[in-house]
Design a binder for this molecule. Structure first.
Ligand code: PEP
Ligand code: MG
Length: 604
């Protein structure tokens, strides 16, 4: 009797719905509808140069191959750790898959075959991997065995991972894709999205990821429809399959029938028409019906969004996430490089204020440039954001100097992420002064007067100490994404608890209200730059709580502006008072939605 591995004994059902139409439900994190051919991330081989090697190079080449095998195993084990956050069935499914990939890298036919080809054919490791993986895949395809047929994609994925590591191709290099391709993957990191070109990529869908994580934010920034947290996606979509990503409803449809395709084509056109109509609002003022002016700013993840921000009529940049400067690279950008990039953005905004946030890495946001950064036992509570910058003064000094120099080209503000104490703000102010004096001594032009310095209020302790922070800050910016996460102890990037993530929890609302009032008492501006700022569902409530500045992904500005223009702030404040007396989140949601429905009806 032959022994079957537990994996072989369990039919994995990788292709729910067989070859026909399959509908998956996930979290719609970026609006819009995209239809296109699937690019199954991880299967395609990156490009590499073909060349022969000399017999005395075979040992070195085998060494490169073995290093790539080790790197691949490490990546797979990291990915497996992440599956712990998935629903049990999906974690099991993905776990089997990743284990199988590790097996293929351990004394397997693939590993032996590659080493043999390097020695016998005198080829590079890349060429040998491609040839061996293809030979195995073809042999599996030729056998009339459904289990082996399902392994074909696995072999190709492992081969692609090896070549990617050999060529050191960044994981998310989405090059040479057909136009409108839908990227389907186990996981896409924020850094992956940073290299996606919206002129080529149509949208994406992944197994791992929550609605408020940075991958979701990047998708919205790029205007790419995206659905994350799709538990059954793995292996159910093949390269080239037609896929619909419905970011509005959180649906992914693989191999749609002609009728489905027609229905979604129609919806796509309707959505595009609605967007065009909303775009007309860009030139109109953001003033409520009772004459209260709102400042609607843009959150920027990437410099290329300046154009979008201007087109959407953004009054300012309320949050420039400077992490883009540190993504997809293995070295830290120097002061000059940071200055050049920031100056471009300041000039591009033509006199509108640009709020530059200092580096906010750590936690879920790891920058490859800081390769030696350890996530620590609890990354969300570890050495991140301003804590990291203060621990690495050379990082902070270069960044502050670059910001001050960019400030010579137009108005800007400096925003400090994850502030918990007054002392942190004092240290940053000192560092700003020191950097300014150094630049002045060298005769380098900088912002004059020095830019306003503000704190992100995104740790509950900071919100509760907003009075004290307001005394050492020139402005405050509420980061409600993290504020909600830390107040409720719900990981914003974890799809498993996404249903519990709720900014309408009375605790979160009280933290927002307390901060808004502290800013008012201390006569300094306060804004919200978390995702709720861009969701019209919250506009009336936030206005009612005294917020007048909202900063959001540029694509969100028109819908929020439409809501502002339809609003009577007096009655929003009255409704907010009723809301703040409630303790039940559902009752609060009911009151908010009822008020909003009244606004929509009044508009019609
Ligand atoms: C926030 O936490 O609300 C915020 C705006 O910052 P980020 O999303 O970049 O953490
Ligand atoms: Mg934050």
């Amino acid at each position: 009797m032959t022994r079957q591995s537990p994996r072989a004994a369990k039919p994995r059902g990788r292709r729910p719905g067989g070859d026909g139409q399959t509908v998956f439900q996930g979290l719609g994190v970026a609006p819009g509808i995209a239809i296109g051919p699937a690019h199954v991330h991880g299967v395609e081989l990156p490009a590499f140069a073909e060349c022969a090697i000399a017999p005395d190079q075979t040992e070195a080449e085998r060494g490169r191959f073995r290093a790539a095998v080790e790197a691949s195993k490490k990546q797979l084990s990291k990915l497996k750790q992440k599956t712990a956050g998935l629903p049990a069935a999906a974690a099991e499914e993905l776990g089997y898959l990743l284990d199988a990939h590790v097996q293929m890298l351990s004394q397997s036919r693939l590993v032996r075959g590659v080493e043999k080809r390097i020695v016998e054919n005198l080829t590079t490791a890349e060429t040998a991997v491609r040839a061996e993986a293809e030979a195995i895949a073809e042999a599996f395809e030729a056998m009339d065995d459904s289990y082996l047929a399902q392994r074909v994609q696995d072999v190709r994925e492992v081969g692609a991972r090896l070549v990617r590591n050999l060529t050191q191709t960044p994981w998310g290099a989405f090059k040479n894709l057909p136009e409108g391709a839908i990227v389907v993957a186990e996981e896409i990191t924020p850094a992956d999205t940073a290299v996606m070109d919206p002129a080529i990529v149509g949208g994406f869908a992944t197994v791992i990821g929550g609605a408020e994580g940075h991958t979701a934010i990047m998708a919205r920034a790029l205007g790419l429809p995206a659905v994350l947290g799709v538990a059954d996606l793995v292996g159910a979509v093949r390269p080239g399959d037609t896929v619909i990503v419905d970011g509005n409803e959180g649906k992914v449809i693989a191999r749609p029938t002609a009728a489905t395709l027609e229905r979604y084509e129609k919806r796509r056109l309707e959505y595009a028409k609605e967007e065009r109509q909303l775009a007309r609002l860009s030139k109109l003022p953001s003033v409520s019906k009772d004459g209260i002016e709102f400042a609607l700013g843009a959150n920027l993840e990437l410099p290329r969004e300046v154009e979008q921000a201007l087109a959407a009529g953004a009054a300012s940049i309320g949050l420039l996430r400077s992490e883009f400067l540190f993504m997809n690279r293995s070295d830290v950008p120097d002061e000059e490089e940071q200055y050049q990039q920031l100056a471009e953005i300041v000039k591009g905004m033509a006199g509108r204020v640009v709020t530059v946030r200092t580096l906010d890495v750590g936690g879920e946001k790891l920058a490859s440039a800081l390769g030696d950064l350890s996530p620590g036992p609890n990354p969300a509570l570890g050495l991140r954001a301003i804590r990291l910058s203060l621990a690495r003064p050379e990082l902070l000094d270069a960044q502050l100097a670059a910001i001050l120099r960019a400030g010579a080209h137009g108005p800007l503000r400096i925003l400090v992420p994850m502030v918990a104490t007054v002392d942190e703000m004092k240290q940053v102010r000192e560092a700003v002064g020191k950097a300014a004096r150094r630049l002045v001594r060298k005769g380098i032009p900088i912002a004059d007067p020095l830019p306003p310095l503000g704190a992100m209020i995104e740790i509950p302790a900071a919100a509760l100490a907003a009075d004290a922070l307001a005394r050492v800050c020139d402005f405050l910016a509420l980061g409600t994404n993290d504020l909600t996460m830390y107040a409720l102890a719900i990981d914003r990037g974890d799809e498993q608890v996404a249903h519990l993530y709720n900014p309408l929890h009375p605790a979160v609302l009280r933290l927002i209200q307390f901060t808004a009032e502290a800013a008012l008492r201390n006569r300094i501006p306060v804004s919200i730059c978390g995702e709720i700022a861009g969701d019209p569902r919250y506009t009336a409530l936030l206005a009612g709580l005294g917020i007048r500045e909202l900063s959001m992904s540029p694509i969100k500005i028109p819908r929020v502006k439409s809501r502002v223009r339809n609003l009577d702030v007096q009655s929003a404040a009255a409704r907010a008072r009723v809301v703040m007396e409630q303790w039940d989140t559902k009752a609060i949601a009911g009151l908010v939605d009822e008020f909003n429905e009244g606004l929509v009806r009044a508009k019609e």
